[in-house]
Design a protein around this ligand. Structure first.
Ligand code: NAD
Ligand code: ZN
Ligand code: ZN
Length: 391
């Protein structure tokens, strides 16, 4: 089959690779009809994650048709011909983490849990197409994928919704929603969202759906800010104004009640880094050159407020403002999304027309043009917001 692979730093390549096969009774093979490029994929191509290997198949946002199921998957749960969206964290459904619905912390799905444990203190779940730190699973930017624990993760789509309407249930809609949900939103709340990328846009929509009085999106790309504005959100351009002052201005001097970081590691802006890696250090610029989203969120947030972090961080973070966090009674919440927890309720919100994730799709390309897709998404060319690839 054809698959988009990691070919070194800043290089992806569609290559011929072997078709996946069933390896366990709980596996399924999915023929992929739509797959997307995510901001998290950029951390891999930027070289921020040291456990990538040449030829690793990328992609953790995908959906398609089940073409084979393992012997241990009950037919009531999944059968050949089912149309499914696959959540990006691989989860066993039975461990203590899964029982607590902390699917991205599953204790059984990552064969390289030891590496993760060294880095994070405890294991984390396997993730499709997301380096050997999260299990080295082949990703979904391909014609087919093997889906482990297929009796737990995949969501069947039985209505006539299009791929475009449901694909983002695999990651960025639940992620944006979890970012807003972690804010415990009340109807008087002003919620500020750093990052108007795909995740930030869906966090903004989710904050509104959860009842926020006002949602403010922060970015520097005019077309991304325009997209947020067209969806009804207030916007702030961090290249043109001092964000904290502007936020205080918009909130009677107190700051937003809730702040969401939907930026995380950002290579082109060098706003954060995994401390140990020299090549990453090169990308880090001084604070005066570029505001750091998480620091800014903490410093801007109203006393007693919540800072919700859905942007991905990998290692150590310099100059974390622990003093502001502690002395102003802030709550910090974060996590890789526990996607399985949100898929069904969010599918219902899509069906009821409460959230329309299709508004962020700007490009649909054949899988063969994956490299071009990565290029325009990473470099913010051609007003690119979200790329869908069709294998
Ligand atoms: P993206 O790279 O398209 O968007 C990031 C946006 O942040 C860009 O538009 C950029 O201009 C903006 N930005 C950079 N520095 C900023 C600053 N200082 N202030 C405000 N905005 C700034 O990526 P995306 O697909 O939207 O993903 C965003 C983040 O969410 C990434 O870190 C990604 O890894 C993460 N993510 C997390 C999860 C999860 O489970 N928690 C899931 C998916 C993605
Ligand atoms: Zn993603
Ligand atoms: Zn588990």
């Amino acid at each position: 089959m054809r698959a988009n692979t990691w070919a070194g730093r800043n290089k992806v390549e569609v290559r011929d690779v072997p078709d996946p096969t069933i390896l366990s009774g709980r596996d399924a093979i999915v023929r992929i009809t739509s797959t997307a490029i995510c901001g998290s994929d950029l951390h891999l191509v930027d070289g921020y994650v040291p456990t990538m290997q040449d030829g690793d198949i990328l992609g953790h946002e995908f959906m398609g048709e089940v073409v084979e199921v393992g012997s241990a998957v009950a037919p009531e749960r999944l059968r050949v011909g089912d149309r499914v969206v696959v959540p990006f964290p691989i989860a066993c459904g039975a461990c203590a983490a899964c029982a607590a619905e902390l699917y991205s912390c599953c204790e059984n799905s990552n064969p390289n849990a030891g590496i993760a444990e060294k880095m994070y203190g405890h294991p984390v779940a396997g993730i499709f197409g997301y380096s050997h730190l999260t299990g080295g699973f082949a990703g979904g930017q391909a014609q087919y994928a093997r889906v482990p624990f297929a009796d737990v993760g995949p969501l069947k789509i039985e209505s006539g919704l299009s791929d475009e309407q449901v694909l983002f249930l695999s990651d960025i809609l639940p992620t944006g929603y979890m970012g807003a949900e972690m804010c415990d939103i009340r109807s008087s709340d002003v919620v500020a969202v750093w990052g108007a990328g795909p995740v930030g846009q869906l966090a903004m929509d989710s904050a509104r759906a959860l009842g926020a009085a006002k949602v403010i999106g922060i970015d520097k790309e005019p077309y991304r800010l325009r997209m947020a504005e067209e969806a009804g959100h207030t916007v702030v351009n961090f290249d043109e104004t001092d964000v904290r002052s502007e936020l205080l201005e918009l909130t009677g001097g107190r700051g937003p009640d809730k702040c969401i970081d939907a930026v995380g590691l950002e290579a082109t802006h060098g706003s954060a880094h995994i401390g140990a890696y020299d090549r990453v250090k090169q990308a880090v610029r001084s604070e005066t050159e570029r505001p750091h989203a998480l620091r800014q969120a903490i410093m801007s947030c109203r006393s007693g407020g919540i800072v919700s972090v859905i942007g991905v961080y990998g290692g150590l973070l310099d100059k974390f403002p622990a003093g502001a966090w502690m002395n102003r009674s802030l709550t910090l919440r974060t996590g890789q999304c526990h996607v399985q927890r949100y898929m069904k309720p969010l599918l219902q919100r899509i069906e009821r027309g409460e959230i329309d994730p299709t508004r962020i799709i700007t490009h649909t390309l054949p899988l063969e043009q994956a490299a071009h897709g990565f290029d325009i998404f990473k470099n913010k060319q051609d007003d690119c917001e979200k790329v869908i690839l069709k294998p």
